[in-house]
Design a protein. Structure first.
Length: 117
């Protein structure tokens, strides 16, 4: 069993900032990467940012320069600092962990981020 507990999110005006946090627990013996995805209404879930154990990061083009992902490998936590938020960032954000040799996906419960223009 893998548990991912998210916190943060909410409502903010355009140009504002929010921070999302996620803590992983349970059978997390071989985390390969942690990160964030999002899903807006009527759209597919998309990658926002991920960070591997080696520190390699990957950001969606739409958030580069505005969002920053950070990890604490010892605590199995991941955070997403979101600055200069835009209305198009409005979505449900999901914490994601990739585990094991197959890099299996595990998901948090999701948290709503709403940016008002």
């Amino acid at each position: 069993q893998v548990q991912l507990v998210q916190s943060g999110g909410g409502f903010v005006q355009a140009g504002g900032s929010l921070t999302l946090s996620c803590a992983a627990s349970g059978s997390i013996f071989s985390i390969n990467a942690m990160g964030w995805y999002r899903q807006a209404p009527g759209k597919q879930r998309e990658l926002v940012a991920t960070k591997t154990n080696s520190g390699s990061t990957n950001y969606a083009d739409s958030v580069k320069g505005r969002f920053t992902i950070s990890r604490d490998n010892a605590k199995n936590t991941v955070s997403l600092q979101m600055n200069s938020l835009k209305a198009e960032d409005t979505a449900v954000y999901y914490c994601n962990v990739r585990l094991g040799s197959n890099w299996n996906h595990y998901w948090g419960q999701g948290t709503q981020v709403t940016v008002s223009s």
